[in-house]
Design a protein around this ligand. Structure first.
Ligand SMILES: Nc1ncnc2c1ncn2[C@@H]1O[C@H](COP(=O)(O)OP(=O)(O)OP(=O)(O)O)[C@@H](O)[C@H]1O
Length: 572
């Protein structure tokens, strides 16, 4: 456990951790010594001898123990705080370098739990729990040595009990280990489902799934309860066994002591002192058994933190410099969890041209744009942006070449202006408003009470789908990256919103290279090049006119879309 903690904290905290361990050890030894001092003190007091010197020595040891206790707790808290800071930094830095595809909904839930409760659990190890464990070894060991000094037979009796105590302790640990892992997993799953339940309220309510429960959450909570029951069932006998063994150890020492006293080998005052010592010998062991649960929880958190920290980030380290704003895909293949999706995709988007990516749902269009933004790495082939393989750029340099406009735009809690400024945080107010004006966000600002300072965001949810996408386009205009990856809104918009969105897109496309997952027929027809994906491969490629004349898959797709556009829902 100490090794795991040291590994997660890193070598820079090694000295601090060692100093804290040393202070805990000294504290444990002094605690044991202060217990041991009781024997001569009691012997002197009970037999009527002068006890002043012993009492003074006892007071000195108790005072030293108090100082050691203060120092070890200070050092322990210092390591705990260092752990808190270091873990947040290390996790933050590491997670920021992981592929965006790693952030699935369940991982995000678990990461949240780990960053909150998990880190606090780990912090409690050096700050509090480690001291109990170290003292449970060092204090009884010191007491044992002192017992040998007072009477070797009593010392031997205590020594004989030690392996039994250790075995009982180990047995309890082994017993609960399996249930512990199950409890950990069930707890993490429960946390994921609660987050999912809160996030998906709109969908759940739309389908009336709030009143009679949400099966996935219910199931996770039931599994969590069963895991907790199992854990209790296995922990309680273990704790009972430790307590029983401790009592047996004490009884054994008591019996040996009594028989020695009856035989006259030990005088009664000494026996009383040694029995007090025997109680103290077993006390730290019971305290260690008590914190076993917290320790196991901390170990589980440490394990999960280590798993996050050892997840390989996207390799980077290249120093490529961006050239002309083009995109080139050469034999690109990609699989989700061994499930092949894209196969040998090759095409080029020339600088300052518009390429429309079309194809049936699930054909891999979104995935392709995400490979260009390096959310994941292709499993074969190469993705080149501005003349270089995406793997050869430092991540921030690659992102500086790209603006991404998603369909499901996330608006942060904040003002309209703050949300646009995300495109370039150091932009002036004038630049932010100019980008907003070009993306036709100005009209939204005029409508909202508070104008540019109006608070929008997920909680407020004051904007429509088309308006959100205009904010996202304003971000992209402000960022002013030479290449734009755009997932066009599929939602039907009212004519006013539609024309505003089209204007915003036209401004964005001006003098930029645009790869657009196109849904609107006007966007598709106006593109310089159309790439049609089907089942993860390129079915056809060319201009609208060429592809219509070829009369192949695209022509059929176009006809189908054009017909669908003419549909109207009518009352029968
Ligand atoms: N993160 C993911 N993990 C596993 N599978 C995924 C993931 N994202 C997408 N997929 C799967 O990959 C396939 C292609 O998805 P993708 O979103 O790229 O298609 P698309 O052509 O953009 O579809 P649409 O037009 O419906 O958005 C789908 O079958 C989808 O289930």
């Amino acid at each position: 456990m100490i090794g795991e903690l040291g590994a997660v904290l890193g070598p820079e905290h090694g000295a601090r951790l060692r100093r804290s361990l040393l202070a805990m050890t000294v504290y444990g030894v002094l605690q044991g010594a202060s217990f041991a001092m009781l024997v001569p003190v009691l012997r002197a007091l009970l037999s009527g001898e002068a006890a002043g010197a012993w009492l003074a020595a006892f007071a000195a040891v108790v005072a030293a123990t108090a100082v050691a206790s203060y120092l070890q707790s200070q050092y322990g808290y210092a390591v705990g705080l260092a752990a808190l800071r270091t873990l947040y930094h290390r996790m933050g830095d590491h997670v920021a370098g992981l592929p965006v595809g790693w952030f699935s909904a369940d991982r995000v839930g678990r990461l949240g739990q780990l960053a909150g409760k998990g880190v606090m659990d780990v912090m409690s190890v050096p700050a509090h729990l480690l001291q109990v464990v170290v003292t449970s070894v060092t204090a009884p060991a010191t007491v044992l040595v002192c017992m040998f000094v007072f009477d070797w037979r009593l010392g031997l009796a205590a020594l004989v009990t030690a392996p039994f105590l250790w075995l009982a302790f180990r047995w309890t640990q082994t017993l609960v280990q399996r249930s512990d892992t199950a409890m950990d997993d069930a707890g993490a799953e429960g946390a994921d489902r609660v987050v999912e339940f809160a996030r998906q309220q709109a969908s759940l309510r739309a389908f009336g799934r709030t009143a009679d429960g949400y099966d996935l959450l219910d199931g996770a909570l039931v599994r969590q309860r069963s895991a907790l029951r199992r854990l209790l069932r296995t922990t309680l006998p273990g704790l009972g066994a430790v307590a029983l063994t401790v009592q047996l150890a004490f009884t054994a020492i008591l019996l040996v002591g009594c028989s020695l006293a009856l035989g006259g080998a030990v005088d009664v005052p000494e026996l009383v002192g040694v029995l007090v010592l025997a109680v103290r010998f077993t006390e730290p062991l019971l305290a260690a058994a008590d914190v076993g649960g917290e320790l196991r929880m901390a170990r589980g958190a440490l394990r999960r933190i280590r798993d996050v920290l050892t997840t390989p980030p996207l390799p980077s380290g290249g120093t490529a410099r961006a050239g002309e704003p083009s995109i080139e895909l050469d034999g690109v293949s990609f699989a989700y969890d061994e499930r092949p999706l894209l196969r040998g995709v090759s095409f080029t988007v020339a600088p300052r041209t518009v390429t429309a990516l079309v194809g049936p749902s699930g054909s891999g269009k979104t995935t392709l744009t995400r490979l260009i933004a390096r959310f994941w790495d292709a499993s074969a082939g190469s993705v080149r942006v501005c003349g270089n393989d995406v793997r050869d750029y430092p991540p921030e340099d690659l992102m500086a070449q790209l603006s991404i406009v998603f369909q499901d735009v996330y608006l942060f809690e904040g003002t309209l202006e703050d949300n646009i400024r995300l495109g370039r945080p150091d932009a002036t107010d004038e630049e932010v408003r100019e980008a907003g004006r070009l993306a036709r966000v100005e009209e939204i600002a005029e409508r909202l009470p508070g104008g540019w300072q109006a608070r929008i965001g997920e909680a407020g949810a004051t904007l429509s789908g088309g308006e959100r996408q205009r904010v996202s386009i304003a971000r992209a205009i402000l960022k002013d990256a030479p290449i734009v990856l755009l997932d066009e809104a599929t939602a039907a918009l009212d004519p006013e919103n539609e024309s505003a969105l089209m204007d915003a897109l036209a401004t964005l496309a001006r003098d930029r290279t645009l790869l657009v997952i196109a849904h609107r027929l006007s966007t598709i027809a106006a593109a310089d090049q159309i790439v049609m994906l089907e089942g993860g491969v390129i079915a056809e490629r060319g201009t609208h006119q060429e592809l219509l004349e070829a009369g192949g898959r695209y022509a059929a797709f176009w006809e189908e879309r054009a017909r669908a556009r003419g549909w109207r829902l009518v009352r029968a």
